[in-house]
Design a protein around this ligand. Structure first.
Ligand SMILES: Nc1nc2c(c(=O)[nH]1)N[C@H]1C(S)=C(S)[C@@H](COP(=O)(O)OP(=O)(O)OC[C@H]3O[C@@H](n4cnc5c(=O)[nH]c(N)nc54)[C@H](O)[C@@H]3O)O[C@H]1N2
Ligand SMILES: Nc1nc2c(c(=O)[nH]1)N[C@H]1C(S)=C(S)[C@@H](COP(=O)(O)OP(=O)(O)OC[C@H]3O[C@@H](n4cnc5c(=O)[nH]c(N)nc54)[C@H](O)[C@@H]3O)O[C@H]1N2
Ligand SMILES: [Mo]
Length: 745
C-alpha cells in the first residue's frame, strides 16, 4: 500500500503504458493488437466499457482509452476458469478470495451447476441446463415468481429476445442495472422534456459555449469524453465542474494522440472548479438561478424569454418559488465561496449555448430526480435545449444500457409498447408493473422460492446492503447467471445454481447462416453494429441470444415465436425489432455498410414530447437530511482500476492511492476533530431504521474533500447502503449519500 499525491492531469504517456501493460499481461501481443485494431472502428467491435459515442472520424492510431484496453484485457484474457478450476475450488474457498482474484481466474468456458449441500460446481450439458430451467419456470405458482435481471452489456438483439420471452412467459419482473444507475435521469427527463435520454449529440460539444459537468469523473469512467472536452475548449467553450473531489481528468488532459499530450503536456480543461458538498447541487443551482433572475431585471437578455414563453410551462410558479429562497443560506449549504458562485453566474449569464453533463454524482441520492430537474430548470431559463451546442447530457455507464431500455428491458413498460407487442406478436403481455432492483431484492428476501435469472452483471456486489442482498439470492429456488467472468453472485446460489458461460463482445458468433453481428446504442441514441474477431475459446460457449432462445422455446413453446429459426440468422431478430420498436423501421437496411441509425429524439429538435407538449419547469425542495454531531456524509465511488464490480487492479492512480481499496477519503480537519490515529484502521457504521451496519478495517486517506464528507469505494462499502435508502420516484439506491460514523477500536 502506498499513498501519494493526487494527479492534476489525466491520460498521456502513463495511460498508454498502463493500458498496454494490462493487455500484454492478459494475452498474446498479436491477439491484443488484433482486438485493439478493431475496437470502436467502423465494422469492428464496440468497446465493452462505457457508452461514450464514437466520433465521426475514427483515429487510425486507436479509437480507445486506457480503461477500454483494461476492459478488453479483462474479457479476452488468455486464462480460462474451466471445469478443472471449479473442481479445485469449493464455493466456500472462493468466497474468501478478493474480487480481483475472482476476475483474474479467466473466462468461464463451460456451463456449471451446483445443488444445495454440494461444495463444488460441476459441469453440466447445455441440454440439461435448458430442460432444468424450463421445468423450474413452468412449475412456478405464478410467472411473477420469476425475476429476470439484465446488465448493460447485453446487445439489442439479446435484450429484445429476453424481454419478449419474459413477457410471453407472463411477467414484467425485469429489473436492470439502470435501476441503480441513470433511472433518476430517465424519470426527471421524461417528466420535464418527454424522453428519458439526453438531447445532445457529440457534435454539439464542438459548438457549445459553456459545458457544466456535475458529479462525473470522466478521466476514469469516460476517458474518451476528454477528447470532446478538449475540442470544445479549442473552439472557445468554457468548462465548469461541480464535484466534491478535484478529479484529475477534469483539470487537465494529456491527449495521447497529440505530440504534446504524448510528452505529458496537459491541456487545461475546467475554467472553474466548484468543490460542492455532497448532495448540495440543488442548493447551488437554485442560488445560480436566483442570481440570474435578479440580474435579468436590468438585463433581460440574460434569460431566453422567447423560449420560456413559447416552449415551456410553469415558469411563474418556479420564479415565485425561487423568490421565497434565501440566497445566503443556499450558498452556505454548498460550502462554496460566494465569489466562486458569482463567477459561475457570470459565465451562465453571458452564454446561451450550454450543455449540462452529469452521471452518478447526481443520480444516486434520495433527491436525485430533483437534482436533475433543477439542472433542467437552469437550461430552460437559458433556452439551452433543442438548439445546436446546447442540451442535456446524462453520460451513460454500460456500453448498451441505453439500448437495453429501448428494447423493452423495463419493469414499467409503457402501455403503448405493450400494445405494440400484443398486436405484432398476437399475445396478451402482462400489464401489471414488475419489480425493479430494490423491489426484486426485497421480494427475494421476504418470499423464498423465486427463480432469479441474470443476463450479465453481478447483482450481489452491485446492489446495496450486501448481506441483505446475499440472503435474497440464497433464498431463491434457482439462480441462473449468464456470464463471461466469475463473480461474487455466483458464490451464493439458490437451491440450484447455474453459471452459464457466454460469448462476449470480442468473440466471433457463428450460427447456421454464418458469422453474426449484434447492435448497441450509445449514450447519444446512435445505434450501430458490433462484431468480435476472436474464435470462441471453447466449444461450449453460446451467444446470449442463443441461450435465451433455447430457454424460451422449452419454456413457452414455439407457437408465438419460432425461437430456433430466429437464431439461425440474427437479421430475423432485427426484423422483429423493426416491427415493434419505434425508430427501428428497416433496421437491417439502415445498419448495412456499418452506417449509424440515429433514433428519434424530440427535445433535440426542440419538440417536447411529454404529456403537455411543453418543457416543464419544476419546483424542487432542498434535501432534508440532518447530520448529527460526529456523522459524516459518505459517497461510494469508483477507483481508476475497476469497472463496476470488476476489479482490474488495486490502484487509483489519479487519486494517488496504490495497492489498497479499503480506504476512507477524509478531510484533514475532520480527522483532527474526531481525534483519529492515521496509523490505525477505522470502522464505518450507521444506524438506519433500527438496523446497524458496519464495515471495519478501513484505512484513512487524508484528502482534499469538503468537510463533513467522506468517500469510499464501491463495492467494498455497499454493506453500509441500506436497501430502503433510495431516490424518490426512481428508486435508485442512494449510494452517494449515506450517513456514517467513524470509530477506532
Ligand atoms: N473505467 C470505468 N468506466 C466506467 C465504469 C467503471 O466502473 N470503470 N462504470 C460505468 C458505469 S456503469 C457508470 S454509471 C459510469 C459512472 O461514472 P461516474 O458517475 O463518473 O462514476 P463514479 O465513480 O460513481 O463518480 C461519481 C462522481 O461524482 C462525484 N460526486 C459524488 N457525489 C456527488 C454530489 O453529491 N454532487 C456532485 N456534484 N458530485 C458528486 C464523485 O466525486 C465522482 O467524481 O461509468 C461507466 N464507465
Ligand atoms: N455503492 C454503489 N453501488 C453501485 C454503484 C455505485 O456507484 N455505488 N453504481 C451502480 C451502477 S451505476 C451500476 S451500472 C451497477 C452495475 O451493476 P452490474 O451491471 O450488475 O455489474 P457489473 O459489475 O457491471 O457486472 C459485471 C459482470 O458482468 C458479466 N459480464 C461482463 N460482460 C458480459 C457480457 O458480455 N455478457 C454477459 N452475459 N455477462 C457479462 C461478468 O460476469 C462480470 O462479472 O452497480 C451499481 N452499484
Ligand atoms: Mo451504471
Amino acid at each position: 500500500m502506498k499513498i501519494g499525491k493526487p494527479a492534476t492531469s489525466a491520460a498521456g504517456p502513463k495511460a498508454v503504458y498502463h493500458a498496454m501493460d494490462k493487455a500484454f499481461h492478459a494475452m498474446k501481443i498479436s491477439k491484443a493488437f488484433k482486438i485493439l485494431g478493431a475496437l470502436n472502428q467502423k465494422g469492428g467491435m464496440d468497446c465493452p466499457g462505457c457508452a461514450w459515442p464514437d466520433p465521426a472520424h475514427r483515429s487510425k492510431l486507436g479509437e480507445y482509452c486506457e480503461n477500454g484496453v483494461k476492459a478488453i484485457a479483462e474479457e479476452a484474457i488468455d486464462l480460462n476458469a474451466d471445469a478443472g478450476f471449479f473442481s479445485k475450488h469449493s464455493i466456500l474457498e472462493m468466497r474468501q478470495q478478493s474480487d480481483y482474484w475472482l476476475g483474474h481466474q479467466g473466462r468461464l468456458t463451460q456451463p456449471m451447476m451446483i445443488r444445495k449441500g454440494e461444495t463444488h460446481y460441476s459441469p453440466v450439458e447445455w441440454n440439461t441446463v435448458f430442460e432444468t430451467i424450463a421445468g423450474q419456470l413452468k412449475n412456478l405458482p405464478t410467472p411473477d415468481d420469476g425475476i429476470f435481471y439484465t446488465s448493460g452489456r447485453t446487445s439489442n438483439e439479446a435484450a429484445f429476445l429476453y424481454q419478449l420471452f419474459v413477457r410471453i412467459f407472463g411477467t414484467n419482473n425485469m429489473p436492470d442495472c439502470s435501476n441503480m444507475c441513470h433511472e433518476s435521469s430517465g424519470v426527471a427527463l421524461s417528466h420535464t422534456l418527454g424522453i428519458g435520454k439526453g438531447s445532445v449529440k457529440l457534435e454539439d460539444f464542438y459548438q457549445s459555449e459553456l459545458i457544466l459537468i456535475f458529479g462525473q469523473n470522466p478521466g476514469t469512467n469516460h476517458p474518451r469524453m476528454l477528447s470532446a472536452l478538449k475540442k470544445a475548449k479549442d473552439n472557445g467553450a468554457k468548462i465548469v465542474v461541480i464535484n466534491p473531489l478535484k478529479e484529475a481528468g477534469l483539470m487537465s488532459f494529456e491527449d495521447p494522440q497529440s505530440v504534446s499530450g504524448f510528452l505529458g503536456i496537459g491541456a487545461p480543461l475546467a475554467d472553474l472548479y466548484l468543490q460542492v458538498r455532497i448532495n448540495e447541487d440543488v442548493a447551488l443551482v437554485q442560488a445560480v438561478a436566483k442570481k440570474l433572475m435578479d440580474r435579468s431585471k436590468n438585463d433581460p437578455a440574460i434569460l431566453d424569454h422567447h423560449f420560456i414563453q413559447s416552449k415551456t410551462d410553469g415558469f411563474e410558479a418556479y420564479e415565485q418559488s425561487l423568490k421565497e429562497l434565501d440566497v445566503e443560506s443556499l450558498i452556505s449549504r454548498t460550502g462554496l465561496d460566494p465569489e466562486q458562485i458569482e463567477e459561475f453566474v457570470n459565465l451562465v449569464s453571458t452564454k446561451s449555448k450550454i450543455i449540462a453533463c452529469w452521471a452518478m454524482g447526481l443520480t444516486q441520492h434520495v433527491n436525485a430526480v430533483d437534482n436533475i430537474q433543477e439542472i433542467v430548470n437552469l437550461l430552460l431559463l437559458k433556452g439551452s435545449i433543442g438548439k445546436p451546442g446546447a442540451g442535456t447530457c446524462p453520460v451513460r455507464g454500460h456500453s448498451n444500457v441505453q439500448g437495453d431500455r429501448t428494447m423493452g428491458i423495463w419493469e414499467r413498460p409503457s402501455k403503448e409498447f405493450l400494445d405494440t407487442l400484443a398486436s405484432t406478436f398476437n399475445f396478451e403481455p402482462p400489464r401489471e408493473h414488475g419489480v425493479d432492483v430494490v423491489g426484486a431484492i426485497q421480494l427475494m428476501h421476504e418470499q423464498p422460492g423465486k427463480v432469479f435469472m441474470s443476463m450479465g452483471g453481478n447483482l450481489l456486489s452491485a446492489a446495496p446492503d450486501t448481506s441483505f442482498t446475499t440472503k435474497a439470492l440464497e433464498n431463491c429456488d434457482m439462480t441462473i447467471h449468464v456470464s463471461t467472468k466469475l463473480n461474487r453472485s455466483h458464490l451464493h446460489p439458490g437451491e440450484i445454481g447455474f453459471i452459464l458461460p457466454c460469448l462476449g463482445r470480442t468473440d466471433i458468433i457463428q450460427e447456421k447462416s454464418g458469422i453474426q453481428k449484434l447492435t448497441v446504442e450509445n449514450s447519444m441514441g446512435m445505434v450501430h453494429s458490433t462484431q468480435g474477431n476472436q474464435v470462441a475459446r471453447s466449444e461450449y460457449l453460446l451467444s446470449e441470444p442463443h441461450i435465451i432462445s433455447q430457454i424460451a422455446s422449452r419454456t413457452v413453446g414455439n407457437d408465438i415465436i419460432d425461437w430456433n429459426s430466429l437464431i439461425d440468422n440474427y437479421d430475423k431478430i432485427r426484423d422483429l425489432i423493426s416491427k415493434s420498436v419505434k425508430g427501428f423501421e428497416s433496421f437491417n437496411e439502415k445498419i448495412k455498410g456499418n452506417t449509424i441509425l440515429e433514433l428519434p429524439n424530440g427535445p433535440r429538435e426542440g419538440k417536447f414530447t411529454n404529456d403537455i407538449g411543453k418543457a416543464r419547469f419544476t419546483i424542487n425542495s432542498l434535501p432534508d437530511y440532518q447530520l448529527e454531531d460526529g456523522e459524516l456524509m459518505m459517497m461510494t465511488i469508483r477507483s481508476h482500476d475497476q469497472f463496476n464490480t470488476t476489479i482490474y487492479g488495486m490502484d487509483d492512480r489519479y487519486r494517488g492511492i496504490y495497492g489498497i481499496r479499503t480506504v476512507v477519503l477524509m478531510n484533514t480537519s475532520d480527522i483532527k476533530k474526531l481525534n483519529l490515529d492515521l496509523e490505525k484502521t477505522v470502522t464505518l457504521s450507521n444506524h438506519y431504521e433500527g438496523k446497524t451496519r458496519k464495515v471495519a478495517g478501513l484505512t484513512i486517506v487524508p484528502y482534499d474533500i469538503p468537510k463533513g464528507c467522506v468517500a469510499t469505494y464501491f463495492p467494498e462499502c455497499n454493506e453500509l447502503v441500506p436497501i430502503h435508502l433510495k431516490a424518490r420516484k426512481s428508486n435508485t439506491p442512494a449510494s452517494k449519500s449515506v450517513k456514517v460514523r467513524i470509530s477506532q477500536p
